[in-house]
Design a protein around this ligand. Structure first.
Ligand code: AMP
Length: 271
């Protein structure tokens, strides 16, 4: 199997990226698809496109996708409340959760704007610990096999989200891999102006889709991986970047209202 990575930039600014794991016979068609995506991205035209193809010589781990919960948030204020509550449910202090959501909306790079990878944050203190604040940490070497993509598409169709399958497949694959590597929780807002849906994900809460977490139609977004203060950062980053993972099974999928979500979280706290 081969790891394929695409990265498109304009004057060094991140435009788009993608990660796949494919068989030798599929390399050509996937390279073409990734190149097409890079030259027709809504974040603009890039002046540099890199596609890296690397044989994977290590084991490839098969894992299940996180269960999906889609919350029916109707505006940005409601979305921020749900995301904050989801993060505090992981013992992340409220001010750290708020700061994290604000930071993603400003862009995590030191000059503002998008990073290529994710910020890594001590979940207790809110301090960023990734070595490079411009680049962040990029999760690579994850994908979902075709049969599972079909299953996902069928499940999403029942929620009238079938059209969103590619975006959700990519986010769900990344989140499922990252959750299994000792990440307390992840929060993400897309950098695509047309995609206002963000998510919070973890093994504890699953993949919580939150419409309207992006406030405006802007090309700024980002990801934060919250980790415990005791994390072995070098090992963590190595696993995020190097461990090869294929999602070979989907999990449950459901829709809940923000009120139901609040009740559910409160019930687990009181248990
Ligand atoms: P996207 O969901 O692709 O719109 O990405 C949103 C943001 O998440 C990007 O601006 C990056 O900061 C970050 N990001 C995208 N892909 C990855 C990845 N593979 N690993 C870590 N962070 C990523």
């Amino acid at each position: 199997m081969y790891s394929l990575r695409m990265r498109a930039t304009a004057s060094g600014r991140h435009i788009s990226g993608a990660e796949r794991i494919v068989r030798l016979e599929d390399i050509q068609s996937v390279v073409r698809a990734l190149a097409n995506r890079a030259v027709s991205h809504e974040n603009g035209m890039s002046d540099r496109i890199e596609i890296t193809i690397e044989e994977i010589t290590s084991d490839i781990q098969s894992i299940s996708a996180l269960p999906i919960t889609s919350v029916t948030t109707r505006d940005h204020g409601e979305a921020v409340k749900v995301a904050t509550l989801a993060l505090t449910h992981h013992m992340i202090p409220q001010q750290v959760a708020r700061h994290a959501i604000d930071l993603i909306q400003q862009g995590g790079a030191p000059v503002g704007g998008c990073m290529r990878g994710a910020m890594v944050m001590n979940y207790e203190s809110g301090v960023r610990i990734e070595p490079d604040h411009h680049r962040g940490v990029r999760a690579t070497r994850m994908d979902m096999n075709q049969k599972t993509v079909e299953d996902l598409k069928k499940s999403l169709s029942t929620l009238r989200l079938g059209e969103r399958v590619r975006v959700i497949k990519e986010a769900l694959s990344l989140a499922s891999k990252v959750a299994g590597i000792g990440t307390t929780a992840e929060v993400c807002i897309s950098d695509n102006p047309s995609n206002h849906t963000g998510y919070v994900a973890s093994e504890k809460i699953g993949f919580l889709r939150i419409p309207y977490l992006k406030e405006k139609r802007v090309s700024v977004g980002g990801r934060i991986f919250f980790v415990p203060p005791t994390i072995d950062l070098e090992k963590y980053i190595r696993e995020i970047e190097q461990r090869a993972v294929i999602i070979d099974q989907i999990n449950s999928i459901r829709v809940i209202s923000p009120g139901e979500f609040t009740e559910e979280v409160r019930d687990t706290v009181e248990e």
